[in-house]
Design a binder for this molecule. Sequence first.
Ligand SMILES: *Cc1c(COP(=O)(O)O)cnc(C)c1O
Length: 470
Amino acid sequence: MSSLFRHIPSVDRLLQLVESEKEVSGLPRPLVKELVNAFLDKCREAIRQGRMTAEEELEPGRLKQDLLIYIKEKSRPRFRRVINATGVVVHTNLGRSLLAESAIEAVESACRYYSNLEFNLETGKRGSRYSLVEELLCSLTGAEAGLVVNNNAAAVLLMLDTLAKKREVIVSRGQLVEIGGSFRIPDVMAKSGAVLKEVGATNRTHLYDYEQAITEQTAALLRVHTSNYRIVGFQKEVPLKDLAALGERYELPVLEDLGSGNLHRFSGIYGFDEPTVDSVLRGGAAVVTFSGDKLLGGPQAGIILGQDKYIQKIKKNPLNRALRIDKMTLAGLEATLRLYLDSDLARREIPTLEMIGLDPKTLKARASQLAARMKKELGERFEVSTRADASRVGGGASPEVDLKTWLVCLRPRQELSRDRLRRSLLRTDPPLVGRVEQDCFCLDPRTLRKGEPALVVDVFRQALSVESEE
Ligand SMILES: *Cc1c(COP(=O)(O)O)cnc(C)c1O
């Protein structure tokens, strides 16, 4: 074994060998050197563990191919494009919403050129970044005023910190939501300094529960949209208009964490009942908050809308500065909101709305096309079929809504397991995330973007070539 170690090539020798290869030529030299060193460490490890036993295996020419693959894998950016074949439109782990083309252009321009981010072009003096989207948000929702922060978690924090610090906020036990990424209403409330006053039971809360809890200490009544779950069966929540009437009697604002922030009237999608922002404001909520990158289909942002007297207070909260929205987001958000001025345009151009709105006939045709392609190219490895199934909206919106779709199902012919395939597909370029169901690996065409069906065939080839080497 020790004699084998003597045959390990030097770092310089290997560097020389790979330097001019296309995988390597664009990379910083110190990085390549580091990777060659790490690769040689792996060789030493392989010798120690008896996985490398012959002198020839250590010849530079033999090592070269593996080294190139190693360098390529390790030098890739960590933040990468992924093919989403899950059919979950607002996929929390895969970047939530994709932006409309006009929003992408606006972001690009904000990055490339100087802008009037905080400069008033009418007066030539300092301006406010918040004024850039406020008018648009108000005209789309009927709100009196509004502002935008980093994300909805920040929006809720800021709202409570401003309007309820050291005082009590009454919330129904059925609405003490936890969403992914450890956002929990009780915890956010604690951080804001507001005191949570839970009322009712998990499944049922009545108007009198709220009323009995009101004291001198009460600052607001809070409603939280149960975005990612539904309580069904023997259940009751107080309708917004009743709560608003109660709030009015006691001069308490009703605050609503809407979660998804739906600006679009979806019709014809069975069971789709996400309340729209304007209906919640009209229903009597004094302040609402929601995300920019869930159903709205824009960039990550937290939007706060409502009555002027509350919004003005929120704007003056120093915490606001720490939670402020950046210029790229603001540019993308404005462009997205502008599309909503024409509902048809919004449905066509905003990817989130477009994908949710895809009809089963189109999806069936896309699934058949993709299946035919897969059969032709990979038919010897998989049994390919299509079947009707459901996609999900995701992002914690309308959790029980089935969007009718058609899946392409791949059943491996050989002993290749679905799980091995799933893992191999995470290592392709770009990686692909699909669904493993029963004994099939399934692709939902709903979330495949332009040009991706062709790419799917390619990444399957890559995955299979890794499989056959192993
Ligand atoms: C998603 C969600 C949040 C958090 O929003 P982010 O934009 O992810 O910060 C808060 N409340 C509810 C009800 C949600 O659905």
